[in-house]
Design a protein around this ligand. Structure first.
Ligand code: KIV
Length: 267
């Protein structure tokens, strides 16, 4: 039987029936195919690729061409999950034409099924234009890492009443304009509960508590593969960096001492 791709309608149904949505990031074929095999619902080709794989300080330098390169690798490995391409900084802010053109590249060139856009009211026009072109959009509110310099850091958003009201207002506007779901990053659990209850589209939390319709983490964080920092909201399911470095050290030692290769590895 043909594998059924996770669709926007499937995600709506999951919200209705209370089945939680599991989402993780991937930037390459291998990780994406393993995630797909294990039954992940959504794979985000996040601009976190900038921090995690490309060695940038933040996500700001990430380009469209870099995102397309990684998204192509991911979609080659995925049959069931919905693949969402993350619109990088300045790929949708400068003009509506650029926003539509760049969102279209994720679907046409890289084979994604949807795109994610950071921001609320300020980028509503661009989001509407992208959706009007037939491209499903996932919103992203709360901590929006591309605005790190505007907010002056990566702190929890929506702690003041004023900021919480703005996030709730933005969430409603995003729903009105037609986004199919919203990532809520680093906001108080009570705020994400309210948004989740008041919206009919699914919310996906990252550091947003237990009430969201789904959860997302950066896969390299949850595997303990990326050691540069460990956010409080991320759970480590393994300590792969340690294990990988143990293998590297053992290999180096074995090559130097002549323990590897043996006859077993020879022709
Ligand atoms: O780029 C990313 O990985 C993200 C998630 C943290 C939601 O935007």
């Amino acid at each position: 039987m043909a594998i059924q791709r996770v669709s926007v309608n499937k995600l709506f149904e999951m919200k209705r029936t209370g089945e939680k949505i599991a989402m993780l990031t991937a930037y390459d074929y291998l990780m994406a195919s393993q995630l797909d095999e294990c039954g992940i619902d959504i794979i985000l080709v996040g601009d976190s690729v900038g921090n995690v794989l490309l060695g940038y300080e933040d996500t700001i330098p990430v380009t469209m061409d870099e995102m397309i390169h990684h998204c192509k690798a991911v979609t080659r490995g995925v049959k069931r999950a919905m693949v969402v391409g993350d619109m990088p900084f300045m790929s949708y802010q400068a003009s509506l034409e650029e926003a539509v053109h760049n969102a279209g590249r994720f679907l046409k060139e890289a084979g994604a099924q949807a795109v994610k856009v950071e921001g609320g009211e300020e980028v509503l026009e661009a989001i509407k234009k992208i959706i009007d072109s037939g491209i499903p959009v996932m919103g992203h509110l709360g901590l929006t890492p591309q605005s790190v310099h505007k907010f002056g850091g990566y702190g929890v958003r929506g702690q003041s009443e004023e900021e919480a009201s703005k996030i709730l207002r933005d969430a409603k506007k995003l729903e009105e304009v037609g986004v199919f779901s919203i990532v809520l990053e680093k906001v108080p659990a009570e705020l994400s509960r309210r948004i989740t209850e008041e919206l009919s589209i699914p919310t996906i939390g990252i550091g947003a508590g237990v009430f969201c319709d789904g959860q997302v983490l950066v896969t390299h964080d949850m595997l303990g593969l990326f050691e540069k920092f460990k956010p409080k909201f991320s759970k480590r399911y393994a300590n792969l960096a340690e294990e990988i470095k143990r293998c590297y050290r053992e290999y180096i030692e074995e090559v130097k001492t002549g323990k590897f290769p043996t006859d077993e590895h020879s022709y």
